[in-house]
Design a binder for this molecule. Structure first.
Ligand code: HEM
Length: 209
């Protein structure tokens, strides 16, 4: 049975402007974060290359979002990654992390400046300390789009991310981006992991008292 009313223009009954109190399993992730223990395994002509990285991530609350009766609470997301002690960007992603209380669903959108975009989703309890989101190429509800060059040569078939919230307040992610590289028989597992420590508290909408 649907959790939504028949009226697709109806407004959610219980919208709360105080996003930081309504983020469910995403609540421990709000703020600005740093982690210097990142590890990336990426494809290179000679095979997988493993490199360490440093990361600074911002996850700031936005006001509640209503798609008609559907209610989402969200964090605006930007992560910036460099190699240790370097200034040049090694990788970056922008997007959102969203929580839908009615269906206990987490949605993560990310776009990277390779011409690629992902919408991954998964279910979690509001107090979950670990949850996994998945996107699969060709799925319209949780999929991956790549520019034609990438799709032909580094076709990304799936993206899986597991988030774990630790007792000391830090959190970590472990992600596996699976791609089919032109000329290779086996899928390539592009792995990225890091553990993040909060360096700045989140900033609520200053117009909300
Ligand atoms: C912490 C996260 C990530 C880091 C540090 C990272 C880094 C890298 C690096 C170093 C390469 C090798 C090519 C190059 O040096 O430019 C690469 C390739 C690639 N990455 Fe990532 N990546 C990350 C996440 C992702 C995600 C989430 C996706 C897509 C969902 C993705 C898609 C790709 C693709 C398609 C390639 C192949 C294109 C190429 O080799 O030039 N990456 N990545």
């Amino acid at each position: 049975m649907s959790v939504y009313p028949d009226d697709i223009y109806a407004e959610p009954a219980d919208m709360d402007i105080h996003t930081l109190t309504k983020l469910g399993p995403l609540a421990p992730m709000a703020g600005v974060w740093e982690g210097q223990g990142g590890v990336d395994v990426a494809p290179k002509a000679e095979g997988p290359r493993t490199q360490p990285f440093w990361e600074r991530m911002s996850l700031q609350p936005v006001d509640p979002v209503d798609n008609g009766p559907q209610l989402l609470y969200a964090l605006r997301y930007h992560t910036h990654i460099t190699k240790p002690d370097k200034v040049k960007t090694f990788h970056e992603q922008v997007g959102y992390w969203m929580w839908e209380p009615a269906t206990e669903t987490v949605i993560h959108t990310l776009t990277i400046p390779r011409g690629q975009t992902v919408l991954a989703s998964g279910h979690a309890k509001p107090d979950a300390k670990q949850f996994t989101l998945i996107a699969t190429r060709g799925e319209t509800g949780a999929g991956i789009c790549s520019n034609p060059y990438l799709d032909e040569n580094f076709r990304t078939d799936s993206f899986t991310i597991t988030v774990t919230v630790h007792d000391d307040g830090s959190w970590s992610y472990d992600e596996d981006t699976v791609m089919q590289i032109k000329g290779q028989e086996e899928p390539f597992h592009h792995r990225d992991t890091n553990r993040l420590t909060r360096v700045v508290e989140p900033t609520p909408n200053p117009l909300v008292g």
